[in-house]
Structures are given as structure tokens and as C-alpha cells.
Write a protein that binds this ligand. Structure first.
Ligand SMILES: NC(=O)c1ccc[n+]([C@@H]2O[C@H](COP(=O)([O-])OP(=O)(O)OC[C@H]3O[C@@H](n4cnc5c(N)ncnc54)[C@H](O)[C@@H]3O)[C@@H](O)[C@H]2O)c1
Length: 369
């Protein structure tokens, strides 16, 4: 019998919903069919941990439709709009607690219908560090909206205070920021981040195609990647001021795969618009222009359509389990291999093949971090 990993969810939005439903789905398959359902996973086992071994023991949000509800209900509350994986969910005793709002909610959201946007509750926020300690949390997953710098720093500080590991799924730079990384290392806590690189998402596709050009001797002279979606992540990102680190994260993820980065005016990568009716479906339009043999021009266009939130859960489930292995082994600070494999803005960039190899070695205990 494998051990369970005690996790906390910070931001009970679409990504959290898909992860929690997915964990319950794999757990049910194992119990029901007594076999391992590998579909959709990069690893079934990571050390002693199977995909059903993540146990949510605390959850935080600010939305009046989620705070005070048990987790099995809160994950389906609007404005969440991702596809159902397992509904109804097994009953949960965990109630969503009120977090400090800080900079989590963008002003422009008020102009949109309530079923499409956040609707903050007016309750008094809890002491996050105390709840983490009292609930015996081992790893916290940060799912705050893009641009929540203060709220993300607040939760990172709460992790440090309570000895909890951070898997930072968002583009606020913490694990890749040497000052924060050093704090986690000194406190003896492993961490993974920043900004999830989804399973079959725009970033991994763009990186892979970029490596293809490079490895086949072609140049990449110009490229764009435009993304649209209809969830609150896309609504939030309409506000350009909240996007600075998202753009850096997404652009560096692709630039890092080139021998020389492209000049800034030859590369454009980022969210393009919010289309409510497509809900959690994200559509990516990608173009690359380059030159092949004897400088002859070529170009490539791709369109990727994916359900955004299960796509992130498909890698977060490995990030959490590798983080737990590091806790079991007494390793502290940023984990380079799993961060390089599952995050867009890790402390150190590798090619995805290199990162995958390093993760396999880490899991087998042949690599420290
Ligand atoms: N889907 C992906 O593939 C993917 C990839 C990389 C990064 N991300 C990032 O993950 C994060 C979560 O994405 P999502 O689609 O679940 O977003 P979401 O908008 O569905 O969820 C965000 C949740 O945070 C809550 N929230 C807002 N302010 C808060 C605060 N101060 N404290 C606690 N909770 C607060 C909201 O009420 C909401 O429930 C986003 O930053 C997104 O950019 C997603």
C-alpha cells in the first residue's frame, strides 16, 4: 500500500478541479479494476507514489461560491468551466477556507457577467501558515491567477513558516528567483517551479518544433504563438499589466531552445484574447519562419486545440510526486530536473529530452535534484 501525499490547494480554479478529479479517477480505476490505468500519465509510479496518492487536506480561495463549501462541491462551482472527469466526486471533509485577496482579483473582471469572473467573498481571511501546520500539509500547489505577485509571495512565506513544500504552477518567479530559492534551501524544504508547462500544450509544441529546426540545421528567423481561451485565466490575462512575467516565462521557454535568442521584434508569444463560449478549450496558433538548405525559405503553421486544465494536471501530478520523493530523501531547495521538465520558467533550462532523462535518474535516486 503506497503512502498518501498530503497536499494543499491554493486557488480552487479549473486547474485544481482537473487535478483533484483526475486523482480520484485514477484511484477509482485502481480500486475497481485492480489494474493500473496508464492512459494520460507520463509515469504511473514515481517511487512508492501512484497517481491516486495525492490527498487534499486543505484548500484556499476567495470566491463566495467556493469558500465554505466542501472541496467535492467547490471544484464544480462557477466560474470553473473545465470538462468533468469524475462527477459526482466522492464526498470530501475538506472545506475551502478564505485566503487574503491581496492582488488576486483584477479590477476589469467587474465588467463581465458573474458566471464568467471571480466574485470575492467578504469574509475574514484565515492565517494560511497556521492552517497548513494544523492540517499536516506536506506540499502546497499554488494556482493563483497570473499577476498575483503579492498573493503568491504571501503563500510562499506561509510555506516557509510552516515547513511546507511549494509547487508553483504560476508565472510569479519564486523557485527560479535566487532569493526565494535560497530561503527554501535554508529552511530545508524542496520546491518545484515556476509556471506549469502543460502536457501537450503550446509551449512544449513550440519548443519541440524549435529543436526540430535547430537539430535539422535550419534557422528560425521569426515566430509567433497566439493563444485564445474562454476560462478565467484568459479573462484575467486581458489586463496587460498582469502579463509581464507570463510573457517572459513563455518567451524564454522557446528562446532557450535556440543557439542564439531571436531579436525581440522577431518573436511574439502570449495570450491573444478571451472568447467566453470556448470555455476551458484553449486554441494555439503558431507560425515559424526559417531557412533550410542553401538558405531556401520555409515556414510552418500549426493549430493546437486542448482542454487547458487537465493538460496542466497531467504534469503537476508528476511535479508533486517528485517533490515528495525529495522530501523523503531530505533534499532542500529548487529541484532542477523536475522543474526543467514540468515548468516553463525553471531555475535552469534544458532541452525537454535532457530534462526527461534527468527526471528518470532522479526518480531512481541516481541524481540528487
Ligand atoms: N492551464 C494550464 O495549462 C496552465 C499552465 C501554466 C500555468 N497556469 C496557471 O495556473 C494558474 C491557475 O489556472 P486556472 O486555470 O486554475 O485559473 P482559475 O482562474 O480557474 O483559478 C484561479 C483561482 O484562484 C482564486 N483566487 C483568486 N485570488 C485568490 C487569492 N488571493 N487567494 C486564493 N485564491 C484566489 C480564484 O477564485 C480561482 O478559483 C493560473 O495562474 C494559470 O495561468 C495554467
Amino acid at each position: 500500500m503506497a503512502s498518501r501525499i498530503r497536499i494543499a490547494i491554493y486557488g480552487v480554479g479549473n486547474c485544481a478541479s482537473s487535478l483533484i478529479q483526475g486523482v480520484a479517477y485514477y484511484d477509482r480505476e485502481r480500486r475497481r479494476n485492480k489494474n493500473e490505468e496508464h492512459l494520460g500519465l507520463m509515469h504511473y509510479w514515481i517511487g512508492p507514489y501512484g497517481p491516486g496518492d495525492l490527498q487534499t487536506v486543505a484548500a484556499f480561495d476567495i470566491d463566495r461560491r467556493k469558500v465554505g463549501k466542501t472541496l467535492d462541491k467547490a471544484i464544480f462551482a462557477p466560474p470553473n468551466c473545465t470538462k468533468d472527469i469524475l462527477r459526482p466526486m466522492p464526498a470530501s471533509k475538506v472545506k475551502v477556507q478564505m485566503a487574503p485577496v491581496l492582488d488576486g482579483v483584477a479590477d476589469h473582471m467587474k465588467e463581465y457577467p458573474v458566471d464568467q469572473r471571480f466574485d470575492p467573498a467578504t469574509r475574514k481571511p484565515v492565517n494560511v501558515a497556521k492552517v497548513l501546520k494544523d492540517s499536516g500539509v506536506e506540499i502546497l500547489l499554488n494556482y493563483l491567477p497570473v499577476g498575483s505577485q503579492k498573493a503568491a509571495e504571501h503563500v510562499a512565506a506561509a510555506c516557509l513558516e510552516s515547513g511546507v513544500s511549494l509547487v508553483n504552477c504560476i508565472p510569479v518567479f519564486l523557485v527560479s528567483n535566487p532569493t526565494w530559492a535560497d530561503r527554501f534551501a535554508k529552511r530545508g524544504i524542496p520546491c518545484v517551479g515556476d509556471d506549469v508547462k502543460a502536457q501537450i500544450g503550446a509551449t512544449i509544441l513550440h519548443r519541440t518544433l524549435t529543436r526540430l529546426f535547430v537539430e535539422r540545421g535550419a534557422s528560425v528567423d521569426a515566430t509567433y504563438q497566439l493563444n485564445v481561451g474562454g476560462n478565467t485565466d484568459f479573462l484575467n490575462m486581458l489586463k496587460r499589466e498582469r502579463l509581464t512575467s507570463k510573457k517572459v516565462s513563455k518567451t524564454e521557454a522557446v528562446q532557450s531552445q535556440l543557439p542564439e535568442p531571436l531579436p525581440p521584434d522577431q518573436v511574439h508569444i502570449g495570450p491573444a484574447d478571451f472568447i467566453p463560449w470556448v470555455k476551458d478549450n484553449k486554441i494555439c496558433f503558431l507560425r515559424m519562419e526559417g531557412r533550410g538548405f542553401a538558405g531556401i525559405p520555409l515556414n510552418l503553421e500549426a493549430r493546437l486545440s486542448v482542454e487547458d486544465s487537465p493538460n496542466s494536471a497531467g504534469v503537476t501530478i508528476d511535479a508533486v510526486r517528485c517533490c515528495m520523493l525529495a522530501r523523503d530523501r531530505g533534499i532542500a531547495g529548487p529541484l532542477t530536473s523536475i522543474s526543467g521538465y514540468t515548468m516553463k520558467h525553471p531555475p535552469q533550462q534544458f532541452t525537454d529530452n535532457e530534462a526527461r532523462q534527468m527526471v528518470e535518474e532522479f526518480i531512481l535516486g541516481r541524481r540528487e535534484r
